[in-house]
Every structure is written in structure tokens, then in C-alpha cells.
Design a protein around this ligand. Structure first.
Ligand SMILES: Cc1cc2nc3c(=O)[nH]c(=O)nc-3n(C[C@H](O)[C@H](O)[C@H](O)COP(=O)(O)O)c2cc1C
Length: 359
């Protein structure tokens, strides 16, 4: 069967994935309320299309921190992809490049920074979990040397969030499938053993936490643009702008960290309105349809990221499967633009959508 939608791909992935792998990808934290809300909130937003407009030529491209991508859907950083398919992050990077979009490599990748850079044909970002200054410096300077275009600091994981499903399934992780970039650093084995990033538990002597006032330090290590991922509030978005970030990802980590927060799409309009043009705003968490992409852009995002669908693609068919996931979203988004009488992403404006409380 060829997947017609990402929901088909999800079903196909569930059939082929070992139980524990499925639980690792699908799970979110505590009661999984935020994960469900990520979907219901999209469903409650309605579209106000305009017709009798010539939509014969549509341009889906956008510029992201100065890099042009062919459509406004990027691949979110997500760890341990080698535990789902042997080609792991290399397959995902190839798929992103051939589709014409950007891939954010996670700190906890099975292939190393350099191994992914070698095969990538599109722009790469490096996602950073900060454990201590030494490890962050090591990783971001390697990413810069390998040609990565930005550092994406994930801020919404001050402690690990063990998923209850993982605990029940007694999931154990093979560090080699999660810590490719530290494979050649036996001196950092203690970090590899953490398995799930946990900054609070891994506190060796010399540990220095990262706070807003130290973003300048992080940025100066490479001079690359800094993207802050995991913003849920207007306050944190303004802090990111004040402390020199170049972009933010409005994200609740697909509901995988703190449960009980709003969905990303609910928080987006307030955040985008508050930061204006001071930095670029992207969104993830719950993107499954081209219409979701359109809704996010109408409400203030420049582009979106997809998370779990990349694993579904990997599980079903490696690189080609990830490409399928991207193609499905791109084709749906293109059709959504045409239906709405829009020929470029910049034309997608706020009038195009109504929130549940709006007429
Ligand atoms: C299995 C899995 C692992 C993830 N690992 C990371 C990670 O290492 N770093 C990170 O910033 N986000 C990570 N994420 C979160 C994604 O970047 C993204 O925010 C989320 O998946 C988006 O929601 P969606 O899955 O509903 O599309 C992970 C997500 C999943 C599903």
C-alpha cells in the first residue's frame, strides 16, 4: 500500500516497528494531554478561502536565516534514528536534501556530525542539548567545521522526561545508536550512559548551567545563527529576542516534555505578535497535514518542522520513506495554497484562518 496521508504512513510504521521502538517514538509525557491537544487545536482552526484568483504558478519557497528552501517544511531534530533504521540520520539528511529542505541533526544522533555532513546535500542545523560548557563547545565547533548553518539550542529539557510507556516497556537504549558524535570520545562515556539527556542528573565537577545571560557565550563559540527551540510563552520569546537569538521554534517537543501546556499552535499568534520582525519564528508539534502548515503560517510562522513522521518514513522505507513523508506534506500544502487563492507563502495572511472563538 502507498500511503495517501501521513496517517496512513503512521499505521504502516506501527505494523512494522518493534513494540519498544514504536513506544519510543509515539510516547509523550505523563497523561499525554499536550500531545492530543497538538492535534485537536489544529482541527479547531477553520479556513476562509478566496476563489477566482489565478493560482496557476505557485512558489512554495521561503528563506530561512538567509538559506532558500523549496517549501516551508523542515525536519525537526530528533534523536536515535539509527535505532529505527540502520541508515538513520544519514537517510534523513539525504531525504531532506533531495526534497529541497533543511534538516536539524540532534545531539543524540546515531551517526556523527561529520558522517551526516558527508552525505547531506541540503542545509543542516545542529541541535544542541547543553550538558556542560566543554561538551557544548566541542559539539558546536565541530558542527561549524562540518558546514552546519545554525545552532539550534533546545531549552525545554531542564530535566529528563521519562515516558511512562518507555518505563513500562522497560526500554533500554544502545548508546551507540544515540551518541554517534561521541563515539570517538571514551573519556565522555559517562555522558553516553545517560541515554536520555538529563542535564540535572549529569553534573560532573565544572558543570555550568546555561541561562539566558549566557546565550552570548554560546553564540560567540561559532558565530553561527542561534535558534532557540522549545518556546511556549511570550515571555521566553521576548527573552530570546533580547538575548540575541536569531530565531525561535514555538514547540512543546511533540508533548514529550512538560505535559499540560497549550498546543504550539495555540501559543503561536501571541508569540509571533509579540516578537514581530525581531527574529524568525517557526513552529512544530502536531504538524500532520498541509493544511496545518498553512494554518501555522497564517498565524505567524515562517515555516514548520515535522517530528514523528520522519521516524514513520524511516521505519517503513528508510530514506525513500522520509522523502515520502515530506512529499505528502508538500503536495498537500501546495494544494491548500491553491484552494486559498495564494501563489506565494508571503501571501498567506491572518485573514485566511479563524480561531475557534472568531466568527
Ligand atoms: C522520538 C523523538 C525524539 C526526539 N528527540 C529530540 C531531540 O533529541 N532534540 C530535540 O530538540 N527534540 C527532539 N524531539 C522533538 C522534535 O524535535 C519535535 O519538537 C517534535 O517531534 C514535534 O512534534 P511532532 O512529533 O508532533 O511533529 C524528538 C521527538 C521524537 C518523537
Amino acid at each position: 500500500m502507498n500511503p495517501v496521508s501521513l496517517f496512513d504512513l503512521e499505521k504502516m510504521a506501527k505494523q512494522v516497528m518493534p513494540h519498544n521502538s514504536w513506544e519510543f517514538v509515539d510516547a509523550s509525557s505523563s497523561d499525554e494531554i499536550t500531545k492530543r491537544r497538538n492535534r485537536t487545536a489544529f482541527d479547531e482552526i477553520t479556513i476562509n478561502p478566496n476563489f477566482l484568483i489565478d493560482v496557476g504558478n505557485r512558489d512554495l519557497s521561503v528563506s530561512i536565516l538567509g538559506e532558500k528552501i523549496d517549501f516551508p517544511i523542515m525536519i525537526a531534530p530528533a534523536g536515535g534514528q539509527r535505532s529505527i533504521h540502520p541508515d538513520g540520520e544519514q537517510a534523513t539528511a539525504r531525504a531532506a536534501g533531495s526534497a529541497g529542505t533543511l534538516y536539524a541533526l540532534a545531539t543524540s544522533s546515531g551517526y556523527s556530525i561529520e558522517e551526516v555532513a558527508e552525505v547531506a546535500t541540503g542545509p543542516l542545523w545542529f541541535q544542541l542539548y547543553h550538558f556542560n560548557d566543554m561538551v557544548s563547545e566541542l559539539l558546536v565547533t565541530r558542527a561549524k567545521a562540518a558546514g552546519f548553518k545554525a545552532i539550534c539550542l533546545t531549552i525545554d529539557t531542564p530535566v529528563a522526561s521519562p515516558k511512562e510507556r518507555d518505563i513500562r516497556a522497560d526500554v533500554t537504549r544502545n548508546p551507540d545508536l544515540f551518541w554517534g558524535s561521541l563515539r570517538d570520545r571514551p573519556d565522555l562515556a559517562a555522558l553516553r550512559e545517560v541515554g536520555i539527556p538529563d542535564m540535572a542528573d549529569w553534573s560532573p565537577p565544572g558543570y555550568t548551567g546555561l541561562t539566558w545571560d549566557r546565550l552570548g557565550w554560546l553564540k560567540d563559540l561559532t558565530g553561527l545563527p542561534l535558534v532557540i527551540k522549545g518556546v511556549r510563552t511570550v515571555g521566553d520569546a521576548i527573552q530570546a529576542a533580547e538575548y540575541g537569538a536569531d530565531a525561535i521554534v514555538v514547540s512543546n517537543h511533540g508533548g514529550r516534555q512538560l505535559d499540560g501546556t497549550k498546543s504550539s499552535i495555540e501559543t503561536l499568534p501571541g508569540i509571533a505578535g509579540a516578537v514581530g520582525d525581531r527574529l524568525e519564528v517557526y513552529l512544530d508539534s502536531g504538524i500532520r497535514r498541509g493544511l496545518d502548515v498553512l494554518k501555522a503560517i497564517a498565524l505567524g510562522a515562517r515555516a514548520v518542522m515535522m517530528g514523528r513522521p520522519l521516524y514513520w518514513g524511516l521505519a517503513v522505507n528508510g530514506e525513500a520513506g522520509v522523502r515520502t513523508a515530506l512529499d505528502i506534506l508538500r503536495i498537500e500544502f501546495d494544494r491548500a495554497m491553491a484552494y486559498c487563492g495564494r501563489t506565494s507563502v508571503a501571501d498567506i495572511d491572518r485573514h485566511l484562518v479563524s480561531l475557534p472563538n472568531e466568527a
